[in-house]
Structure formats: structure tokens, C-alpha cells
Write a protein that binds this ligand. Sequence first.
Ligand code: TEU
Ligand code: CA
Length: 637
Amino acid sequence: MFTKQSTLKEIYNSPVGHDVITTLLTQTGFPACAVLNPLVGRLSLARLQKLTGMPDAALTNALLKMLNAPDTPLPPAPDTPTPKWWKEAVVYQIYPRSFYDTNGDGIGDLAGIQKKLPYLKKLGVTMLWLSPIYDSPNDDCGYDIRDYQKILADFGTMEDFDALLAAAHKNGIKLIMDLVINHTSDEHAWFKKALKDANDPCHDYYIWRDGKGEDGMQPPNNWTSFFSGSAWRYFPKQKQFALHLFSEKQMDLNWENPNLRAELYKMVNWWLDKGVDGFRLDVISLISKESYADGSPQISAISSITGMERYFYGPRLHEYLRELRAETFAKHDAFTVGETPVVGMELARRLTAESRAELDTVFNFDHLDCPGKNRYKPYPYDLHYLKRYFLNWQQNYGNDVWMSLFFDNHDNPRMVGKIGADPQYHDRVAKLLCTLQMTLRGTPFVYQGDELGLGNAQFNSAEELRDVEAINRYNELLEQGTAPEAAFDAVKHGTRDHARTPMPWTRAKNAGFTTGEPWVKLTDGWETRNAAAQTREEDSVFHHYKRMIALRRQNKALVYGDFRPVFTRDSRYEDLFCYFRVAQGQRFYVEINLTNTAQARPAPLTPRQVLCVSNYAEPASLLRPYEANVYRIGGAK
Ligand code: TEU
Ligand code: CA
């Protein structure tokens, strides 16, 4: 039993405590090991509170509840990871709106994806993840689903989908869908029924609460939405509030209701019966809400979201995930990757360890920004932090769990842009990231355009934004009295639009993405940085990806092999990231220069080290800026 008398060290030594403390310290820019300092570690929660005012009552209360929740310890991990088809996959995320438009309406479509399958096959990826393609009013670009069993008209028809799936499979490419089941659109039939009649069974599919205050017009608690403002929307006819953690058109589903869960499983099985190979589960860690008590003001100050500690790892999460898997994915050998914001290493293990039969893997986002930083305030991303992050996860995560490896997705500015190296090194950095991604242990997720080294866009005015999150933030700032330019400056670096610009295919008008007007502006430089040019040029980022993907697919050591870092304790080599990947009969060596200056090699190369792939044309004695090399030890290239 944890109490207010428990010490920080005791708390840190428990899985939940470890992750919460690590996340909080990282968010505020402190190293997590601060807790291991004996003076700090011996402090009890109560004492800490007395000394610093932290943690506040709401946080203490939520934390103790999480710490005291029943937890089955994980069985010991095996010596080597179990082989699975999805561990060997190289995934490619498609943002369908911005991939390829075949009918000139400025919006990418399913026929466009099918048309580009030869390109994807050439690149060598083995699985596609499609961001949502379901019928939707598009308040959040399809993450607000109106009908789970219908294709958005902008994207095509169910026939187009069936044709795409068949064509992908024919080319040996698997396909996973985006599954958004924490919420639906307010235009979903269930929500419409709920609005019509409080006695309709669908009413309880959502989360309704009475308001506070004499008139009942104050939201039920202080939770805020990820997309600004209160997380509660008032419905005058019903005289009640309904919960929406995201936009006010994305209504949270009530997972407590077993009929709702059964409906969701039916729908998931319908897609699995069609032959899809798995799902990426949108904000799946948020489906169980601990209570509807107010959120901690301190968490709010740190994360700018109020209430998160009440639902980021709710008490029934594991139960729901086990049920979901047993009822659906398990019957089809389907692959699942959960989107789990704020979940750290220990909780990730509890969500994905094989013995738990919950998820296969999750997305952890801790590496996307340096400690104490966030994407809305520009700063040069430090590759040394990426090294620290991977050293930790690759060595400590374990053999019964499996990482996802990614730098980009549709919610974040692109990593190569965040690193912001001198333009002369831009392509080398893009290739360096690819080398890391294809040689670490885990399943790589390439985001469309990564393979071209696509950077971030130049947005010049609020009118150019399309992302509901950025637009809401901008409007909120205006309402608070911020001047328009300052408000725009506060969102332009972080807007999710950076990653959502159209794929540059050729140097024709609009980069060959559409013959019409693209729905969002293009990233500058597409006249030269496009797929046509890069598939022609042998030393392009595209070809580097192609070579690295092929190398990984041909060599199991790069998938399952042990990760053995070297020179990590020698401060002379902190600017390098060097490691072996070792499996029976196979050894690879990776050496990476994390900086823009030349570095000495820690040890001379030997004739047994055969260079497989490099981001420089010719070998040299020094490691040049951002140089990244992969060698096979013994044996041919
Ligand atoms: O994202 C959830 C999420 O937590 C964030 O990454 C989110 O994008 C936001 O920026 C937090 O500040 C998922 C989807 O990936 C995202 O596109 C959706 O908008 C969101 O869920 C709601 O479905
Ligand atoms: Ca179109």
C-alpha cells in the first residue's frame, strides 16, 4: 500500500511511479535520476509537499490511486525475442489526404495510393498504415469518424478500398487501418440517437454529466481539451455536458458500457474479415477514465492539459485491452500498435509484454522533443538526447516487448527540420535518421516524405493553417488579447500542418500531387526535392532508404539481434553513437557522428568490417559531419 508517507524512492521503484516521475522531471527539463539522489529519494510525499507545495492534492490523490491499483508482475523475459511477422515489417504511414490525388479535387485519394504502390514496392516497405479514411465531417481530418464502415467520399468508395487492399496484398504489402475508438464524431449515428432520446441505449455510449453552479451551466470539472478550452460541451436541450478530450466534435465514448464495447468489436471484426492486417489504435491509453474529479493544477501548469492524470492510464485500461484483443485481433493474428501519449517504459511494458495479450507495441513520444522543450517553441533538437533515449530503451526495455521506431508522424513537425542542421548537411541528417531507424531493434515506421528528406513548411499566415489544434490555439490566444502576429508566431512552429503538406512527386505544377488546388500548401523546395528526382539520383535520400530497408529485410540480426553499444562510458566519444547488432552467425557495426564537425574514430576499422551502407560516397579516416555507416563484420557486402 502506498501512502503519503511513502518515499520518492519507493514510488520511483514501482512501475507507475517510475514513469510518472520520469515524465514529470523530463517535462520540466530535469534528469530523472535526480530521484536517485539519497537526500531526494528519502523524502516522503507528505514532506515533499510541505517543502515545495508539490504534488498538489489532486495529483497526490490520482497518483496514490494508480500506485495502489492491482498489478500482476511480469514474468521473466526470454533470452531472445520471439519471432513475429510484424517485428520484421517495415511500415510506411500514409496520410491519405496528402499522398496522391487522382481526380483533381486537391485531395489525395485511395486510387492515388493504389497508383503509387509500385513506388512503395520499389522503396521496399512491407506494410502500410493509413491514417483514417472513414466517413467523417473532417473536423480533425478524419480522426472524427461519422461511420466506421463507410469510406470518406473525398477518398473514394468501398470498392476503391477493396481494390487497394487486394492490390497491396498482391504486391506482398500488408495494410493496417487507423482505429479511432476513444471517440466518435458528434455526427455519428450513435451520438445523434443519444441526442434525440436520453432513453436510447446509445445515450450511455457517451459520457454525460450534469453541470455545476446554481444554473448547472458550469462544466462538471476543470478538465481541458487537447485542442483548447474545456473538455466539456454543453447541450442545451439535454441540459447536460458531454465529454470531448479532443475537438468539440469528437465525443468521448463510454467504455464502461459493455454494449458499446460489443459494437466496437463487431466493427473491428468486420474490417478484419475483409482482410486488413491490423490497426494503429488512436489514443487507446485514454479509454478508461479513473474518475471525473478535477485535474491537478500543477499537472496543468507543466503539460498545459488539465485532467490528464485522471485518464492517461485508467484503472480498467488493461482489462479493456485484453478483452478487445481476445474478441478481435487474436482471432486473426492481426498486428496492433497503440498510440499511448505520456506512457513511459514501465507502463509500455505492461501494455505490450507478450504474456499480457494486450497490444503488440506502442508509440512512445519521449524522443520527439528534448527535455523541457515542446514543438511550439523552436529550438535546435540535440541528437545527443536521441542517443540517450535509444541507449535507455534499447538496453532496458526487454525481450518480451518490442519498440516502435519512428521520428515523424502526422502530428508533429518533421525531425530533420527540428534538428535544423546547416542546409549542406540536410540530406546527410535525413539519411542518418534512416540509418538509426533501420538498424535499431524495433519495428520501423517511415512517415510519407521521410524517404525524400522532406523538411518543414513555411507558413506565413493563419489562413494557411488547416490543423484544428493549431487553429483553436490561435483563436484562444486572440480571445485572450494576444496580437494576431504574436498568436500566429506561437502556433506556426508546432502546427501539425508541417507534416501534412502534399507529397512532392514531380517538378510539375503542385509537385504533381494534384492537377487542382491542393487542400494545404506545399513544403518549399519541391521543385528539386521530389520523388521523380530522387528515384533517378543514386545518392538521394530515397536510395539511402531503399538500401537500408533492403539491408534490414535481408538480415535478421538487424531485426532481432542484440543491441551492444560501445564507447558509451568514454566522454571523448560522447559525440558518437556506435553499436553492434549481433545474432547467431551475424554481426553488424553502426557508427554515427552526431555533430556537424569531423570526429576521430574511436578504433581503426579492420579489414573484417565490410561497409554496407553510408551517407557519404567514399570512406575517410575521420568521421565527417553527421556521417552514418553500417558495416557487416566478416563476410561479403
Ligand atoms: O493524437 C493524439 C495526441 O495525443 C497528440 O499527438 C495530438 O495530436 C495533440 O497534438 C496533442 O497535443 C491522435 C491523432 O494522432 C491525432 O491526429 C488526433 O487529432 C487525435 O488523436 C484525436 O483523435
Ligand atoms: Ca482526389
